[in-house]
Design a protein around this ligand. Structure first.
Ligand SMILES: C[S@@+](CC[C@H](N)C(=O)[O-])C[C@H]1O[C@@H](n2cnc3c(N)ncnc32)[C@H](O)[C@@H]1O
Length: 277
């Protein structure tokens, strides 16, 4: 194969993909910084590098998410391994972590439950920032939990444990100070599921029946039996689900119910506290 430079590889093989995505893929293959690509645009790729990059560029052209192609994604300034077994952590989910950290004292061994942990993004971000807290992270998918455990190891977290369960399935009477969740909330059949990155992400992580509210409804209904008095539940939800969440929280006996917008101004997290067990 004829040698190709960084500049030519980006120009010739990445016509149909976003320039930033192309550069991230090439940085990954060459294991260099963004600055290196700019400063060494005339550097030639060896044949193995050229072959790997061309393949990744083709897969990206077919729509595969960059995070799956390079096997990682940053969340809450932490590096997470991601595979097609887990949802790619989203920036808007950082709001849920912010709101959780605002409640969890630094000096108390609070018990925290993360339902539907996926890559472990929420659980591990909380665990890193609250070393005294005990985090339990649940998922229905054994493959997702395997990824979350790899992330716990890579991030050197030892105050989180991982349980395979159907939401609260295995917690007989165990009570938590705080329950957090980013459950599946896209309505089954929503056309977005057939577009962009979502086509490649696990259906189990994305979609829920009854206008996307099924998982949210199950979690809210069962949460009071798993919270201490004064404990709280925080849930991420879809752009048009805040009102329904607040109503469900109220029906389940929660008080001090609120919704908070993400950086785009969209109501994204709702929650409440349980004043009576
Ligand atoms: C939207 S993803 C959230 C992943 C991760 N917490 C995040 O925010 O990036 C929802 C997760 O819930 C899990 N899940 C779906 N149904 C479940 C159930 N019945 N019990 C436990 N986990 C479930 C999925 O496997 C998926 O990992």
């Amino acid at each position: 194969m004829q040698l190709i430079t960084i500049r030519d590889a980006l120009q010739q093989w990445c016509r149909d993909i976003d320039d930033i995505d192309a550069r991230i893929l090439l940085q990954h293959v060459l294991n260099v910084s963004h600055a290196h690509l700019i400063a060494h645009a005339e550097q030639a790729l060896d044949s193995k590098q050229a072959q790997s990059f061309r393949l990744l560029a083709e897969r990206r052209t077919r729509g595969e998410p960059v995070a799956y192609l390079i096997g990682k994604r940053e969340f809450y300034s932490l590096g997470f391994t991601v595979t097609p077994a887990v949802l790619i952590p989203r920036p808007e989910t950082e709001l849920l972590v912010d709101l959780a950290l605002a409640r969890i004292p630094l000096d108390l061994p609070w018990k925290i439950l993360d339902l539907g942990t996926g890559s472990g993004a929420i659980a591990l971000a909380i665990a890193k920032h609250r070393p005294l807290a005990n985090i339990v992270a649940v998922d229905f998918s054994a493959d997702a939990l395997a990824v979350a455990k790899i992330n716990a190891c890579q991030l050197d977290v030892n105050n989180a444990r991982f349980i395979e369960a159907d939401w609260f399935g295995d917690f007989n009477g165990e009570r938590f100070n705080l329950i957090v969740s980013n459950p599946p909330y896209i309505a089954d059949g929503d056309p977005h599921l057939t577009r962009g990155d979502l086509r490649f992400e696990p259906h189990l992580a994305l979609a829920a029946e009854n206008e996307g509210l099924d998982c949210i409804r199950s979690i809210i209904a069962a949460a009071p039996a798993h919270l201490v008095v004064g404990g709280a539940l925080l849930l991420e939800h879809g752009y048009d689900q805040a009102e329904a969440c607040r109503r469900l929280l109220s029906e389940a006996g929660f008080e001090r119910i609120f919704s908070r917008p993400d950086l785009a101004g969209i109501p994204r997290v709702s929650g409440g506290a349980l004043e009576i067990a």
